[in-house]
Design a binder for this molecule. Structure first.
Ligand SMILES: Nc1ncnc2c1ncn2[C@@H]1O[C@H](COP(=O)(O)OP(=O)(O)OP(=O)(O)O)[C@@H](O)[C@H]1O
Length: 235
């Protein structure tokens, strides 16, 4: 297999290296070139904020980085591997092995406890893990998010910020190389949002790369780098 596990990774190779990425969206009345030559490099432990007005293409960019879609042009290297035109089967495997996703909505299963929601992410992963091991990993991820004491609570009993931290723990439990967060604080008040940003940032201490799409300039400023998506280009 050509998959590169975190242990074998060459530390000097960027996690993400994108050059001249272009994407024109069709399907609506008029086709729209949303990305017109995006360059972005993300290293291990690095964090980048992407700011941009509504409709500027931030989500489109994340969907290309997360391999939900492919670009029309340019080049995308993931951990040194060319994934620009990767077939869907391989893309699906990489999505679950290499990426963690966090969205504005938490998408937690409300009849499961916090720790069960996080453990679920390990059920369909590569390699089978016994239940006890899954639970231990899930507890460690909740601990990292500072909410291990809420492990037995179901989402309806948790605040928005706590639910989002469960969702981040769920994204982290598979030890992704890159965490992609699309407006993760969009549904939260400022103070709770700050806690969530801090939790996301702490994930980079362990070598994970983080790309944060946000409208909040204060949250963006907490990342190592702040970029702006304007006229299809990242500056
Ligand atoms: N199928 C399509 N055909 C043509 N244009 C599209 C299509 N899908 C989306 N678009 C347009 O592409 C642009 C980029 O959308 P995208 O969701 O990536 O922006 P965004 O920066 O994430 O916006 P927001 O901050 O509001 O979430 C938008 O103007 C959208 O209307």
């Amino acid at each position: 297999m050509d998959a590169v596990g975190p242990g074998e990774a060459d530390q000097r190779v960027p996690l993400v290296r994108i050059t001249g990425l272009t994407k024109t969206l069709t399907g609506q009345e008029t086709a729209r070139t949303v990305l017109a030559g995006v360059d972005l490099t993300l290293h291990r432990g690095d964090s980048v904020a992407v700011l941009g007005r509504s409709g500027s293409g931030k989500s489109t960019l994340l969907s290309l980085i997360g391999l939900f879609d492919r670009p029309d042009g340019g080049e995308y290297l993931l951990d040194g591997q060319d994934v620009t035109r990767v077939p869907e089967r391989r893309a699906a495997a990489l999505r679950s092995a290499a990426f963690g996703f966090v969205f504005q909505r938490f998408f937690l299963l409300k009849h499961l406890t916090a720790v069960q929601n996080v453990s679920m992410a390990l059920v369909n992963g590569q390699g089978w893990l016994p239940r006890r091991k899954r639970r231990a990993k899930a507890m460690a991820a909740l601990e990292l998010m500072g909410i291990a004491h809420l492990a037995g609570h179901r989402p309806p009993r948790l605040s928005g910020g706590e639910q989002q931290r469960v969702a981040i723990a769920r994204a982290l439990v598979r030890e992704p190389r890159v965490l992609l967060a699309d407006e993760p604080t969009g549904a939260l008040d400022t103070e709770t949002g700050n806690l969530v940003i801090e939790a996301l940032r702490s994930a980079t201490d362990r070598g994970c790369g983080l790309i944060l799409v946000t409208h909040d300039h204060d949250h963006a400023a907490k990342m190592n780098r702040v970029t702006h998506l304007v006229d299809g280009v990242l500056t």
